[in-house]
Design a protein around this ligand. Structure first.
Ligand SMILES: [Fe+2]
Length: 332
């Protein structure tokens, strides 16, 4: 069995790397390395990169990469159906990779041995005084204006045409556990959405690392990056706004996973999210099923646009829950 440690990075292809660089710097990532056709961006954490942007005429999500615990995991992985042999990673920090394909043909990379880098200085999360519990005495709140400081990649969401086989692959091959399913009627075997987390035993891990949304064909939906607190998210939103980027949806709070969210469209049309204050589950956390309804996606925030169901750069695509997308369209 594979031991997945965490999601490591995403690879996106873009036509205009200069414009994308401006966007991602305002989003809160830091350029750590560049080559003729690639841009490597990091968060404040110890990974040398969490986002690789490759130059290509057609925008696309090129790969989702997960870190495995040990080289033995790569040796196990290269024996899986359709897997590559173990290859040296030709990116900053070195390491090795085995490439797989999930059932929809998306490239999934398993990486190991990437040399960590020194974490960047980051503002500490604010100490908050609630009405019933005071925790800050004699000190003030001055988080300061500027881009959000992205710490790490948290999850990727994709639209999938064949939900049952995709859930089975992420569970059986990558060992993920379902945290929440959105179902319509009794369709538990074929939910409209599935939120899957890593299996880290008794360790706490994000509510979801992969989210699958039912779609008429396979399409990228969004990648999501964690910031340290609510103020970072709001100040980051204001910064993006001030730089002239167009807000997509947020700031608000999701239901499944509870994250405070803020979505933007990058210059290629992909959705990208800041999140903070997400739920943590472990191996003992039960799976929950929620009926698709208007309130299953967010607890508060600006009204959700039907465009949320359009996913990534292909605007002809619609992702689930279908009934919600249709209801949103009718209410326009
Ligand atoms: Fe998300």
């Amino acid at each position: 069995m594979l031991h997945i440690k965490d999601i490591n990075h995403v690879v996106y292809r873009h036509a205009d790397l200069d414009l994308l660089e401006r966007f991602l710097l305002d989003f809160g990532l830091t350029v750590c390395h560049r080559s003729k056709h690639r841009l490597y961006l990091r968060g404040t954490g110890p990974l040398p990169y969490v986002y690789i942007a490759e130059h290509a005429d057609t925008p696309a999500l090129g790969a989702i990469a997960f870190a495995v615990e040990s080289f033995a995991d790569l040796q196990f992985a290269e024996r899986l159906p359709g897997a590559s042999t173990i290859q040296a990673l030709e990116h900053p920090g070195g390491g090795h990779v085995v490439a797989l394909q999930d059932p929809c043909g998306r490239r999934i990379e398993l990486v190991q041995g990437i040399e960590p880098v020194q974490a960047l200085t980051q503002r500490s999360a604010l100490v908050l005084n609630s009405a019933v519990e005071k925790r800050r005495f004699g000190d003030v709140q001055r988080p300061g204006k500027g881009p959000a400081q992205v710490m790490r990649l948290g999850h990727v969401a994709i639209g999938v045409a064949d939900m049952p086989s995709m859930i089975a692959w992420y569970r059986n091959v990558l060992g993920m556990l379902p945290s929440d399913l959105i179902v319509e009627g009794d369709e538990q075997g074929c939910p409209s959405a599935a939120f899957l987390r890593l299996n880290r035993g008794s360790q706490w891990t994000d509510h979801h690392t992969i989210a699958l949304f039912q779609a008429s064909r396979d399409v990228v939906h969004h990648a999501s990056f964690e910031v340290q607190d609510f103020d970072a998210q709001c100040l980051g939103h204001e910064w993006m706004d001030d730089q002239g980027w167009t807000p997509f949806w947020g700031v608000g709070r999701h239901v499944l996973g509870s994250q405070i969210f803020d979505y933007w469209r990058d210059p290629s049309g992909n959705l990208i999210e800041h999140f903070t204050d997400g739920d943590l589950f472990n191996h003992a956390s039960p799976m929950n099923c929620t009926q698709a309804c208007d309130s299953s996606l967010y607890q508060w925030g600006p009204p959700m646009s039907v465009e949320y169901f359009l996913g990534g750069s292909d605007e002809s695509e619609t992702v689930a829950p279908r009934s919600l997308a249709e209801r949103q369209r009718r209410s326009r």
